[in-house]
Design a protein around this ligand. Sequence first.
Ligand SMILES: [Fe+2]
Length: 156
Amino acid sequence: MYVVKSPLPDADLKTVSEALQGALVDLVDLSLVAKQIHWNVVGPRFRSVHLQLDEVVDSARRHSDTVAERASTLGVSPDGRVATVAQSSGIGAVSGGWVKDTDAVGALVDALGAVIARMRDRVGATGEPDPVSQDIFIGITADLEKHHWMFQAENG
Ligand SMILES: [Fe+2]
């Protein structure tokens, strides 16, 4: 069913919609992983890491909404269902249970690194077919790289 007419030709729309859908699942998963660790972190640095994780959750939720609504704007139905996220996220599974503060920081360095690498690929893939979506990916990448920097700095 097509309700919203896309401004892009079909071939370009396919590239861009795959990039937006991939970004959506990565960002939803990032928000869930960061919350999971926010609840489970323990150790002397509990408070700073606990609070910092909610900053990542806020970013990830905001950006997930942006990419999902960009997909809708282009006439493509976004899929943020839990089964879809579990199937196609670029973030590796995190273990259950309490997480030592140093491990929590390491887990975020890894998760952010994985999402950033895929986000940079999307920046490259969308420049030609849709610079408007590319601009969104560039902004998201800059924000995630800032979070990535801060978690890496904590384990220095
Ligand atoms: Fe909380």
